[in-house]
Write a protein that binds this ligand. Structure first.
Ligand SMILES: Cc1cc2nc3c(=O)[nH]c(=O)nc-3n(C[C@H](O)[C@H](O)[C@H](O)COP(=O)(O)OP(=O)(O)OC[C@H]3O[C@@H](n4cnc5c(N)ncnc54)[C@H](O)[C@@H]3O)c2cc1C
Length: 365
């Protein structure tokens, strides 16, 4: 079976690898000229996601954290000691590894080639029209093809995200995350070290125009001076699934193109990786069916997280958080009972409620 994949980002590459394992012939169209670029993602993932990535991600991570400092400027901060690590994954490294494995299995890349969905299961690219038995759309958050196919359009919520890497001596510990209605309206900011000499500062915002000024404010807040900018990158961050299920028989949407992001943090790596955990398909058509099932299953999990994100990202909740943080300022929470799950925010809330007395004991109330 011949499968055409539009988009050579993480979701397109993962789909291609799984399809090749199952014996499909795979062509990948990517409008940029190499894997992993242009960068856009912060790359924070759970230890569990790293385990799912397995050997592919060997030596693709440079920092590990067991500590998250949550803060509300002017109110207070709470420190969370997580029971499992949060890992900074090098997205370029993992995408290069995937591309290498795909080439090794006979996948064909068409770099620097923008592809358009043609009629009757065809892809139009570089002046050629090619017919495929199946097409995987992994075009990311821009969702041009999605909007054409589902005429209702893309109703998913998004914020603009930016990351700046600085060379700066620092003694930052853990990942620092802050909520503020003008610095990061509708989302949050983050600052963490990748070494004693380098940090990443970033934020998601519904007001992209003010993002650079906001980053300066965050840097100053953390006492970082003489910081030399090394690079900056970013893009739109989605806040949750758009579709419940795949709707066209010969067309499968994956990754950001399907809206597979954790609604609270916009994290898209865990949803992608966990939609492709099957490697034992007997045939190409089985592999396609499994990818479709995987994306739908993950979408249903993510949908459960949407109400949590809606509350957390609302300006109303900010004022409640402000009061909570003022009362709990300086509190250290050790998650010895594994109540917090970095990927399954729905389970975290469920477990915190189920173990409320334990949790309150933890935060010494
Ligand atoms: C600022 C920021 C921070 C983030 N931080 C995190 C994080 O810490 N952790 C996390 O888990 N997730 C994070 N994410 C989300 C994560 O990056 C995405 O969910 C993930 O990259 C989605 O992968 P994808 O393959 O679906 O899309 P993409 O990575 O966007 O890949 C899509 C690819 O398709 C190509 N393409 C599109 N249309 C065409 C076409 N017509 N023809 C040919 N090629 C095409 C594009 O060039 C691109 O390479 C972040 C995102 C942003 C913007």
């Amino acid at each position: 079976m011949r499968v055409g994949v539009i988009g050579g980002g993480l979701a397109g590459l993962f789909s291609s690898l799984n399809l090749l394992y199952a014996g499909c012939e795979v062509d990948i169209y990517e409008e940029h000229d190499r894997p992993g670029y242009p960068k856009h993602c912060t790359g924070l993932v759970s230890e569990q996601t790293m385990k799912m990535l397995g050997r592919l991600a060997n030596k693709c991570s440079d920092a590990f954290f067991n500590k998250i400092n949550l803060e509300i400027p002017g109110s207070g901060n709470i420190t969370l000691h997580t029971s499992s690590k949060i890992v900074h994954l090098d997205r370029v490294c993992i995408e290069e590894r995937l591309a290498e494995a795909i080439l090794g299995l006979g996948g064909r890349f068409f770099w620097h080639t923008k592809a358009i969905l043609g009629r009757d299961s065809t892809i139009v690219a570089g002046g050629l029209t090619t017919r495929y038995d199946h097409i995987v759309v992994a075009e990311g958050i821009r969702r041009e093809i999605f909007k054409k196919v589902y005429k209702g359009g893309d109703s998913a919520k998004k914020v603009f995200g930016i990351n700046i890497v600085y060379k700066a001596r620092n003694d930052l510990e853990g990942i620092n995350i802050g909520f503020h209605p003008t610095l990061a309206p509708g989302f949050f900011y983050w600052i963490f070290p990748i070494s004693d000499e380098e940090i990443i500062v970033g934020l998601g915002t519904s007001e992209p125009k003010t993002s650079l000024r906001a980053i300066d404010v965050v840097l100053k807040k953390y006492g970082i001076s003489n910081a030399k900018k090394i690079e900056s990158y970013g893009g739109w961050i989605g806040e949750g699934p758009i579709l419940k299920r795949q709707l066209k028989k010969n067309l499968t949407f994956v990754g950001d193109a399907f809206g597979l992001q954790k609604p609270l943090t916009g994290g898209g790596i865990y949803p992608i990786v966990s939609s492709f955990t099957y490697k034992n398909s007997n045939s190409c058509s089985d592999a396609i069916a499994e990818i479709r099932y995987g994306t739908e299953k993950v979408a249903s999990i993510l949908r459960k997280q949407m109400p949590i994100a809606k509350v957390f990202h609302s300006s109303y909740f900010y004022y409640i958080l402000y009061k909570i943080f003022r009362n709990l300022n300086g509190t250290e929470i050790r998650d010895d009972y594994k109540l917090i799950n970095y990927d399954r925010h729905d389970l975290s809330i469920q477990r915190i409620f189920l173990h409320l007395p334990l949790f309150l004991k933890e935060i010494k109330i």
